[in-house]
Design a protein around this ligand. Sequence first.
Ligand SMILES: [Zn+2]
Length: 527
Amino acid sequence: MRRAALLALLAFGLLACAHLAASLPSQSAVLKRKRGKKRASAEQRQLAERDWVAASVQRYLSNQELGEWLAGFEKRCKSVAKLSTIGASAEGRPIWALEISDRPGQAEAEPAVKYVGNVHGDEPTGRVLTLALAEWLCANHRTDPRAKRIVQSMHLWLVPTMNPDGFERKIRGNSQDKDLNRDFPDRFSSPTMQPSGEEQPEVAAMMAWSQAVGFVASASMHEGALVANYPWDGTADKSTRYEKCPDDSTFRHLASLYATTHRRMAKPDNPEFPNGGTTNGAAWYPIYGSMQDWNYIVGRCFELTLELSQSKWPEEAGLAALWEDNKDSLLAFPLVAAYGGLWGTVREEGSLRGSKGREVAPLGGANITVLAAATGEEQPAWVLSRAGLGDYYRPLAPGRYTVVVSKEGYKPFAANFTVPADGSGAQRHFVLAREDSSWSGEVAHAPRFLVGAAAEGTPTADGSAGGALPWKARLGLGGGGDAGQLWAVEETRGRDRLLMLGAGAACAYGLWITHSRLKRRSHPRRA
Ligand SMILES: [Zn+2]
């Protein structure tokens, strides 16, 4: 195991222990109990946890009951949950948002994903599924690997009802009888994507909140069919046809993931969608002002519209089965969307750190543009690294791509990478140099500082350096990372080229690097 990883694991272990200790009622009292008694109480606790999940799928809760349940949930599960409101409905009912994370309420370099239920008032299954998901994550985040990963590596936001007024009336629209999924700024509205200022309060709240949090991916939950729907939702001439968005392959990948992980959606007996349980929105029927297209364009947020039940307002007796149908999909989608594509951090070269290295600070607002190398087809949609944290998440279908990382005032950087088919994603960390500076590059792990050196070498054999570009190289080393895999590039006066450090890499370098691993491998200093 790499040393850095080991240290991180140790640190995490200590934190987790402290965390666990703090959440137990009285540790000394527990320790005094006999072993058998201890086991019995643990079993009882587990039983109680299972009951919360079961109870959440018994029946539809009224708006008031939902508010009370959420408040109780936050108390029971406060180590992994924080309740807030994103705004209020036209009639003043709160629109709740439950944040699930091991550090709820804190800014972390982790992706945010959301599920939004009950967009249409007469489609309430999202209220049940978000609640069941929250309960299940609370009950299983110490034992189940998927729950653990969601809680530890992202912030999952659950909005059980976006339309509490419509639910109260059992109607599709809100209290003003407006369809909230037709009320968002649209790419065909004029001016394009500009809010009119007359959006319904539920929509205005959703827009403001979505932009404030900055989601990587999301899904809105509906009823009336069994299908995972993806952009675009509309066509310019209002005709019904497949309307590809620039990220068609990624959306098909994510929609297919949801459908095939679902117990019934992708099965051939799906009455309306027997061929895989997915559809392009406009190919089904074009709509305008959808939340899905708005999220994708404005938020760079990859949103699916999930139709989760053939019948609207399904019978309460079927809610437990509905949860079982969707459970694995609800767990898989956030992880694959956020971590199954390209993700990592962007940092910038900082000030000199003594005579040895340069500190690197998180760089927000860097543009991550991905080109599909295999087809040559450009995928113009980009994501930005996050202000203050520098992290970025770019959902992608499996394949081979080129990424260009750029920001005004900085030297752009490009690299090739592969997104594996198993959903494990490609993790890449970049360091951008200011235009007037000497650095640009990529590092194998998010480093705390860099050490620079003049260098010469040959491009890497695996082509990961992006051989098509005229590389002039300078070597970088990230402190706290694995130096053996680390490389960086720079355009200099002519003879330096891309260099990769690591076992087997052909390279020669002149340097003043002090890292112990490198010292052992150093070649003679060049003149
Ligand atoms: Zn709907």
